[in-house]
Structures are given as structure tokens and as C-alpha cells.
Design a protein around this ligand. Sequence first.
Ligand code: DX5
Ligand code: ZN
Length: 214
Amino acid sequence: MVKIAPSILSADFANLGRDIQRVSSAEYLHVDVMDGAFVPNITLGVPVVQSIRKCTDMFLDVHLMVDKPVRYIEAFAKAGADLLSVHLEADHPKHIAQALDIMGQCGVKKAVALRPITSPNAILPYIEQLDMVLVMTVEPGFGGQSFMENQLDTIRQVRAIIDRYNPACELEVDGGVSPKTAPLVIEAGANVLVAGSAVYGTPDPAAAIAALRG
Ligand code: DX5
Ligand code: ZN
């Protein structure tokens, strides 16, 4: 069963409560945090997650595109995140491990994210404790980019690692997911699909969510 995670990056931030209600048929709400350092763009931070938590019961899947994310795990957990994903490229492995430990202590689900350049094997030190692996199918930073087809092989390799070491772990794909590319990523082994422009770029987000399920 495939889960859909609409990304509010493509929502209207001046009408965020309304735009969150519009995607309530989805399983997860994907929240992109960008710091202007790990990625060139700046989006939102802890206070916004706090406000989102007050206006929805949806599962909050918070994607941290920030340098040294270990500094912010506790704050985002307290703000109401249900799951946090940290990029493996954002700090030294020992600090990534520390970030995952703090997630465990705070009672939030644990995920690691991979930029397109990163080898699937980079998840091996953490795989047994993860709830999710996030594979980027665009260079992180902006919505509305084209899907990178060569990442299908990365998805397949991550799926093989998950099946071998932690079959309960979810595999989320983020970037350029549309009704056209969704069947490809599902076939490659993804079970959670992030979609920003494919959901909010249409007049009927609920229909777009249904279309992504295929
Ligand atoms: C990009 C973000 C994505 C973004 C996806 O760095 O991580 O979550 O919102 O947008 P689309 O679905 O438009 O590619
Ligand atoms: Zn994202």
C-alpha cells in the first residue's frame, strides 16, 4: 500500500492552514526545512512546525535540509514532528548517529536522507534502527524540478538493503514525483511518495493525490 506525502513547499504559505486541509486524504504531510547553507534556499523553521501541529492531526514528516541537524532535533520533536529525516551529507557520521539517538529519546521516528550523489551503502551503519530512508530524485533545494531517472537504480539498491536488514523500514522518494513518474518509483521499491508541484500545482489536490496512487 503506497502512502502519499504532499509537500507544503508548493502550498500558499499565507494560506497554509487551508492548503493543509486540502491534502487531508494523504497519509503524511511533508515539511521541507531549508537553512540557506546545506541548500541554497531558505524555507521555514520550528515555529512554523509548531503552528502546523496545532492545525492538523496528519503525520508530520519533517525533512531537514540543514547543516549539522543534530542541533535542532529536540526542538523539532517538541514542535510536534512525527518523523525527522537528516541528510547523511549534513554532518560527520558520529553526529548523524547522535541525531538518531536524540530522535529515539524524543520519541520521534527516525529517517536518513540521501542526495542523488550519495551511495546507497551510506545507510548501512544506521539501517537497523531506521523507520524510513528518503531517496532524493532531484538535487534538494527547490520544488518543481525534473525527476532524475538515473535515481531509479538507487531506489532499487536501497530497497534491497531494506529488505535484507530491516523490512519494516519505509522507503520515501522525493523530487519530481508525478502521476507519470510514480509508477516507476513504486516499481523500483518506494512505498512513500512525496509530491509538491504535482499536488499543489493542480486545481484539485485531492484528485492529484488519488492520481499518484495510480
Ligand atoms: C526539494 C524538496 C521536495 C519538494 C518536492 O528539495 O525536498 O520535498 O517539495 O517538490 P516537487 O514534488 O515539486 O519536485
Ligand atoms: Zn522534501
